[in-house]
Ligand binder design. Structure first.
Ligand SMILES: Cc1ncc(COP(=O)(O)O)c(C=O)c1O
Length: 518
C-alpha cells in the first residue's frame, strides 16, 4: 500500500498535480482519473481541461487555434501544471477525430509560445513554470522585418504566432490520407527501381498525369516532349531565366507581382519593369509602351488567383497581351500554380497561343503540399530540351522518389476530392475575412472567394506600410506589406492577406488600433 501511494505521488508530480500531504484525497482522485481510463485520452484530457471543439461553423476559429486556446488557458489557469504530459499527437487526434497535422501544428505553436516543451521520446509536456513565466515576462521576441527574414529565414523561424503574411496553406489542410497512402505505396517500390538518378525530364508517369490534367484545362501537350519536372515551380522559373535570358536583358513583371520571382530576376542581373496589375489582367496600354521603350525579352504573369492580389485574367486582357507579345516577339511565362483552386473558365495563355510563345509553369504546393518540392514547366520541344540541359547542369535530375509520391497522390490519393475540400474551406475563410475587412474599411482589390490571398488597402498613409508591418511583428503578427511585391519596392497602403491565416481576432484588434490610431 505504502509503495502504491508513493508511486501515485510520483506520478501525480509527473502530471503536475498538487501532491502536498494535505491533498491526499485529491491526488488519489486525480490519479485514478489519470490511470483508470489510461486507454481513453479524451477522458484524461477532459479530467484536466475542457475541450469543446466547434466545427462546421463559418465563424469558428480553425481547429488549431481552438486547441491552442484551450491548452494555453488550461496552462495559464494551472489546470495543467508544469511538467504535465499532454496526450500524444496520435491519441489526441483519435480521441477528438482530428488530423494528426492539426494536433502537431497546435502543439508546435504551444512550443513556440514557450508554454510546452517537446522532447524526442518523452512527448509534449507543460513547460517548467519558471520558463513559461520568463517567456511571458520578456514577451515574445519578434524577429526584425528584413528582406533576409522574409525571403529565407522565415522558413526556419516558425515562431511568429499569427502568420497572416505567409504564402502557404495551413498544414491541417494537407491531403493527409492521400499522402500517407502514397508514402506507403512508394515505400514498397523495390529500391533497385529508384536507386539511380532517373530521367532528366523526370518520372514519366507523373509527366503523363500532368499532361492529362492540362488537357482537362484545355491545353493538350505531349507528356514525353513538352513536360519537364522540376524541384517546385520556383526551380521552373529559375531554369527559364537561366536558359532564355542573359544579365542586362529587360523583362516585364506584374506590379504588384510574385515576390520570389522578383528576387530570382534581380539575382540574375535583369532589368525589371513593372506593369500595373488590374482586376482583370494587366494594363495593356502601359505594357505596350514598356515593350516599345525597353524591348523586354519576356513577360512573367500569374493568370489565375494571382499572388499577391488574388485576381484572375479576363479574356480581353489576355487576348490583347498575347497580341502585343506576338507583335514584339516576347516570351510569355505563365506561372499558373493556382489553377486547380480557381473556378473554371479563366483564360489559359498557353492554350490561346500554343507553346511557340508561352512557357507554362505549374506545381503542387497548393494542392498537395509544398514540402514535396515538385513542379513542372511545359514548353515547346526544342525549348524544353534546352531547359532540361540547364536543369542537369545546375542540379542534375529532380527527385524521382518525390515524383512517384506525387504521382500516387494524383492517381490514388482522392486528389480531386481533396482539391474540392480546400476550395470549399478557402471560400468560407474568404467570406469571413472579407467581413472583417469591410468592417474596418479595408479597400479590397478583388473578392475572388477563392485562392489563398486577398489584397487590401488599409486606410493609412501609404508611406507607413512597412512601418505598420514592423509594428505588427512586435505584436506577434506577420503582415506582408505591399512594398514587398513591387518591382521598385515602393511603399504602399496595401497588404497581402493569407486568408486562412487571417481569421485570428488579435490580427483585427491590431489593425483596428492601427487604423484608428489608438
Ligand atoms: C505564383 C507562385 N509561383 C510559384 C510559387 C512557388 O511554388 P513552389 O513551392 O512549387 O516552388 C508560388 C508559391 O507560393 C507562387 O505563389
Amino acid at each position: 500500500m505504502e509503495r502504491t501511494v508513493c508511486a501515485l505521488y510520483s506520478s501525480a508530480k509527473l502530471h503536475g498535480i498538487d501532491s502536498s500531504i494535505t491533498a491526499l484525497p485529491t491526488v488519489l482522485a486525480k490519479c485514478c482519473k489519470l490511470y483508470w481510463p489510461i486507454r481513453d485520452d479524451r477522458a484524461i484530457l477532459e479530467s484536466m481541461i475542457e475541450l469543446k471543439l466547434e466545427r462546421g461553423t463559418r465563424q469558428a476559429p480553425t481547429l488549431v487555434e481552438q486547441l491552442v486556446r484551450a491548452f494555453s488557458s488550461a496552462i495559464e489557469e494551472q489546470t495543467l501544471r508544469a511538467g504535465a504530459l499532454l496526450p500524444s499527437v496520435r491519441r489526441l487526434a483519435e480521441a477528438e477525430s482530428l488530423s494528426t497535422f492539426t494536433v502537431t501544428e497546435a502543439y508546435g505553436r504551444l512550443v513556440s509560445m514557450g508554454l510546452v516543451t517537446a522532447r524526442r521520446g518523452s512527448g509534449y509536456r507543460v513547460a517548467a513554470r519558471g520558463r513559461s513565466e520568463r517567456v511571458r515576462a520578456v514577451e515574445w521576441q519578434p524577429p526584425s522585418l528584413t528582406a533576409t527574414w522574409l525571403l529565407s529565414d522565415v522558413f526556419a523561424d516558425h515562431s511568429v504566432p499569427i502568420k497572416s503574411g505567409c504564402g502557404w496553406l495551413p498544414n491541417e489542410w494537407v491531403n493527409e490520407s492521400g499522402l500517407q497512402h502514397a508514402l506507403r505505396a512508394v515505400s514498397r517500390v523495390p529500391s533497385a527501381r529508384i536507386a539511380d538518378y532517373g530521367h532528366p525530364y523526370g518520372f514519366a508517369p507523373l509527366r503523363e498525369r500532368i499532361a492529362e490534367q492540362l488537357d482537362r484545362h484545355g491545353l493538350p501537350v505531349d507528356a514525353a516532349s513538352n513536360v519537364l519536372l522540376t524541384a517546385g515551380a520556383t526551380q521552373a522559373l529559375d531554369l527559364i531565366v537561366r536558359t532564355l535570358l542573359r544579365p542586362g536583358d529587360a523583362v516585364v513583371v506584374e506590379d504588384p507581382g510574385y515576390c520570389n520571382l522578383l528576387q530570382i530576376l534581380r539575382l540574375s542581373g535583369l532589368h525589371v519593369h513593372g506593369v500595373p496589375r488590374t482586376a482583370a489582367g494587366i494594363d495593356t496600354d502601359v505594357f505596350e509602351r514598356i515593350v516599345i521603350e525597353h524591348g523586354p525579352k519576356a513577360v512573367f504573369l500569374n493568370t489565375t488567383l494571382q499572388n499577391p492580389t488574388g485576381a484572375t485574367f479576363g479574356m480581353a486582357s489576355a487576348f490583347r497581351l498575347m497580341q502585343i507579345a506576338e507583335r514584339h516577339g516576347l516570351w510569355v511565362v505563365e506561372d499558373d500554380v493556382n489553377r486547380e483552386l480557381a473556378p473554371p473558365g479563366a483564360p489559359l495563355l498557353a492554350a490561346m497561343e500554343g507553346l511557340s510563345r508561352v512557357l507554362y509553369v505549374g506545381g503542387f504546393a497548393k494542392t498537395i503540399t509544398p514540402a514535396l518540392r515538385c513542379g513542372y514547366v511545359v514548353a515547346e520541344r526544342e525549348v524544353l530540351r534546352e531547359l532540361a540541359r540547364t536543369k542537369m547542369a545546375v542540379g542534375l535530375t529532380s527527385s524521382e522518389a518525390t515524383e512517384r509520391i506525387v504521382e500516387k497522390v494524383l492517381t490514388e490519393g482522392r486528389y480531386a476530392r481533396h482539391v474540392e475540400f480546400v476550395v470549399e474551406k478557402l471560400k468560407d475563410a474568404h467570406a469571413l475575412v472579407e467581413d472583417r475587412m469591410d468592417a474596418l474599411g479595408v479597400e479590397l482589390f478583388r473578392r475572388p472567394r477563392a485562392g489563398l490571398f486577398l489584397w487590401g488597402a488599409l486606410p493609412i498613409d501609404p508611406a507607413e506600410g512597412s512601418a505598420v508591418a514592423t509594428r505588427a511583428l512586435q505584436h506577434g503578427i506577420w503582415l506582408a506589406p505591399g512594398s514587398y511585391f513591387r518591382p521598385d519596392d515602393a511603399e504602399s497602403a496595401c497588404f497581402r492577406f493569407n486568408v486562412p491565416y487571417s481569421v485570428d481576432d488579435a490580427l483585427w484588434t491590431f489593425l483596428e488600433k492601427t487604423i484608428k490610431g489608438f
